[in-house]
Design a protein around this ligand. Structure first.
Ligand code: PEP
Ligand code: MG
Length: 325
C-alpha cells in the first residue's frame, strides 16, 4: 500500500469526472517541510505557528519567528502556505507563560481571544509574517474567531502592521490574503457578513465538531460519542461551502475529518475542492478521490441531508457508497 501511495505522488488529485481537489498538508515545524516534496502536496493548508512556541523554552523572539516563516516559504516555493496565528490556551499551554486555572479551558481564554487581549504578541507575530513574506504571497488566518467583530479587530492589527512597515520602508508582501478559521459554531450564523469581509475561510472541524456536539475532543469518554460523519455536522459544513460560493470566496477545510478517506469523499460531495490533511493521509485520500465520481457522489449523498430523513447510519451509507465506486 505504501508503495502504491508513493506512486501517486506526482499524479494530480483529480476525480474520475475531472474535478480537481487541492490536497494540502498540515504542518507546524521545520521538520515537517520535507513532507511537501515527499507527498507532492499542493501546499501547506494549515501551518500551526504555536508549535514553535510549544517546543521553545521561552517566547521565541520576533526575529526567530520571522526566520521560521521565511524557511517555510522557501521550502514551499511556489506552493501556497497558510499561516495560522497563535492558537494557544485551552489544551495548548506554554510552560513559560503565566496561566491560570480555567474550569473550561477549551471555552476559555485562548487563541484569538488571547491575541486580541495581548495585542503585543499578535502584532509581533503578524509583523514577523509580513517581513518574512517580503515580495511574496502571504496567507494568514486567525483561529477561534467567534464573531465578525473579532475578525475585524484582528484584521485591523494586520493593517496597522502593514502601515508601520510601509512607513519604515520595508518591502511588503506582493499579495496578502487574510482569512479566518470557522471552528466556533456562532460563525455559522454570521457567514454572510463574514464572507463579505474575509479573503478566505478555512474550516476547522476538530473544534467545530467538539463545539457542535458539546463533546470535549480531548476526553476519550465523550470524544468518540458522536460521529462527525453525521447529518448535523455535514449540514453545517454544507452551509459554509454554499455561502462561500455565493460570495465567490475560497473555502478550504483543515480538520482531521478531511484526513479520513470517507470524510474526504463526503466533503467533495458537499462541494469542497480544497482540503488540508495530515502528512500520512495524502496518499490514502488521493487514492480514494481519484476513484470517485464527484457528481455522482453529490447526487447520492446530498439527498441524505435533506428533509425528514435524518439518518444516524450515515457513516454506513457513505461506506457502502464508497465501496461501490
Ligand atoms: C481544528 O480545530 O479543526 C483545527 C484544524 O485546528 P486545531 O486542531 O489545531 O485546533
Ligand atoms: Mg482548532
Amino acid at each position: 500500500k505504501q508503495k502504491q501511495f508513493a506512486a501517486l505522488r506526482d499524479k494530480p488529485c483529480v476525480t474520475r469526472d475531472g474535478e480537481h481537489v487541492a490536497l494540502n498538508i498540515n504542518a507546524g515545524l521545520l521538520v515537517d517541510l520535507p513532507h511537501i516534496a515527499e507527498t507532492g502536496a499542493a501546499g501547506i493548508g494549515l501551518f500551526r505557528t504555536e508549535m514553535q512556541f510549544m517546543v521553545a523554552a521561552s517566547f521565541p523572539r520576533s526575529g526567530e519567528q520571522e526566520r521560521l516563516y521565511r524557511a517555510v516559504l522557501d521550502a514551499a516555493g511556489d506552493r501556497p502556505v497558510t499561516f495560522r496565528t497563535l492558537d494557544i490556551g485551552g489544551d495548548k499551554v506554554l510552560p513559560y507563560m503565566r496561566s491560570f486555572e480555567e474550569e473550561n479551558p477549551a471555552l476559555g481564554w485562548r487563541a484569538i481571544r488571547l491575541g486580541l487581549d495581548r495585542p503585543g504578541l499578535l502584532r509581533s507575530q503578524v509583523r514577523a509574517m509580513l517581513k518574512a513574506a517580503a515580495g511574496r504571497n502571504l496567507r494568514l488566518m486567525f483561529p477561534m474567531v467567534a464573531d465578525v467583530a473579532e475578525f475585524e479587530r484582528a484584521r485591523a492589527i494586520v493593517e496597522r502592521e502593514l502601515t508601520h512597515l510601509r512607513r519604515h520602508g520595508y518591502l511588503l508582501p506582493e499579495q496578502l490574503q487574510v482569512g479566518v478559521m470557522v471552528e466556533v459554531p456562532s460563525l455559522l450564523f454570521e457567514l454572510d457578513e463574514l464572507f463579505a469581509r474575509t479573503d478566505f475561510v478555512s474550516v476547522g472541524t476538530n473544534d467545530l465538531v467538539q463545539f457542535l456536539y458539546a463533546a470535549d475532543r480531548g476526553n476519550t469518554r465523550v470524544s468518540d460519542r458522536f460521529d462527525p460523519l453525521s447529518v448535523p455536522v455535514l449540514r453545517a459544513l454544507k452551509r459554509i461551502i454554499d455561502i462561500g460560493q455565493v460570495h465567490g470566496k475560497p473555502v478550504t477545510l483543515c480538520g482531521e475529518m478531511a484526513s479520513q478517506p470517507l470524510g474526504a469523499v463526503a466533503l467533495v460531495a458537499l462541494g469542497y475542492r480544497s482540503l488540508s490533511v495530515s502528512v500520512a493521509a495524502v496518499g490514502p485520500v488521493k487514492a480514494v478521490l481519484r476513484h470517485l465520481d464527484a457528481r455522482r457522489a453529490a447526487q447520492r449523498i446530498l439527498p441524505w441531508l435533506e428533509g425528514c430523513c435524518s439518518d444516524t447510519r450515515l457513516r454506513e451509507r457513505l461506506h457502502a457508497f464508497a465501496e461501490s465506486e
